[in-house]
Design a protein around this ligand. Structure first.
Ligand code: ADP
Ligand code: MG
Length: 270
């Protein structure tokens, strides 16, 4: 039987290498139902690596540690089993799938999970309406020839229909303009309230967290969670950047992270 304390997504002592170098050097995180945790960090810190390893993308070498859901080890399980266990990843760069529409993909997923598919069209349309997404996108090939923002709305729509227990959102804010960011954040926030969805929101800008209010904010730097705090930590990072956390070798990352005013071409909204 599952107790309340086990009903969590727990990452502990996670060490991961990719391309022969150790990127994650012992990451610990614990996310409960309905909680929003943000992981922030400079470019190249290993944020996407973390999201991929949680979801089971091949090509990463797990050196140590565990990722458990309800006390059940997920590492070693294929991605589809992790999805069936209630995990969802909104990818930083959603994959284009020519020849397969969103409804095809979600029908296949529902069938595999033994869930009904007869109301899928209606649920997709209702979800599309909730985030102001044109119904035209439901039948187009998945993510093909879509703008960055459209892809992110697509990921959000899938999240709404699949109704996972825990979702990792990898840079959901990239490509979304401020209005779209607000709409998408509202939808996700509603899922935390309606379905008790637990969130791991990965971003390097605090603008996402102005919309999607986090319960906890963590800084991923040097391969570990270098700091954790409340929402005020995101505001602090907004003014200080990651320079205080960056490794000496990552000059590019700290230059990018240390503030838009260094870059005359920086996005003023970022
Ligand atoms: P973030 O998402 O925080 O910007 P990533 O997790 O994408 O960072 O990347 C972390 C580091 O791992 C980077 O230095 C990146 O170049 C490296 N890396 C990621 N994937 C690979 C790979 N397949 N082969 C070699 N190095 C990789
Ligand atoms: Mg990334």
């Amino acid at each position: 039987m599952t107790t309340a304390s086990e009903s969590k997504l727990v990452i502990s002592g996670l060490r991961v290498a990719v391309g022969g170098s150790e990127i994650l050097k012992g990451v610990d995180l614990e996310i409960g139902p309905g909680e929003v945790h943000a992981v922030m960090g400079p470019n190249g810190a290993g944020k996407s690596t973390l999201s991929h390893v949680i979801m089971g993308k091949p090509g990463y070498e797990v050196l140590a540690g565990s990722v458990t859901l309800d006390g059940v080890e997920l590492l070693g399980l294929p991605t589809w089993k992790r999805a069936q266990a209630g995990l969802f990843l909104a990818m930083q760069y959603p994959t284009e799938v020519p020849g397969v529409s969103l409804i095809d993909a979600l029908s296949a997923a529902a069938e595999a999970a033994g869930r009904p598919t007869d109301d899928l069209q209606a649920r997709l349309e209702a979800e599309a309406d909730r985030i102001g997404f044109d119904h035209e996108f439901l039948t187009r090939p998945l993510n093909v020839d879509m703008s960055g923002g459209e892809k992110k709305r697509n990921e959000t729509l899938q999240l709404g229909v699949v109704a996972p227990r825990y979702a990792v959102l990898d840079e959901l804010d990239s490509g979304l303009d401020l209005d779209a960011l607000r709409i998408v954040s509202r939808r996700i926030e509603q899922a935390t309230e309606e379905n008790n969805l637990g969130i791991l929101a990965i971003t390097h800008y605090s603008r996402l967290l102005n919309e999607l209010k986090p319960d906890r904010v963590h800084v991923l730097a040097g391969g570990c969670i270098a700091a954790s705090g409340g929402p005020e930590l995101a505001d602090e990072l907004e003014s200080t950047g990651y320079a205080g956390y960056a490794e000496p070798e990552s000059e590019t990352a700290s230059a990018v992270a240390s503030g838009a005013d260094l870059d005359p071409f920086a996005d003023p909204l970022a």
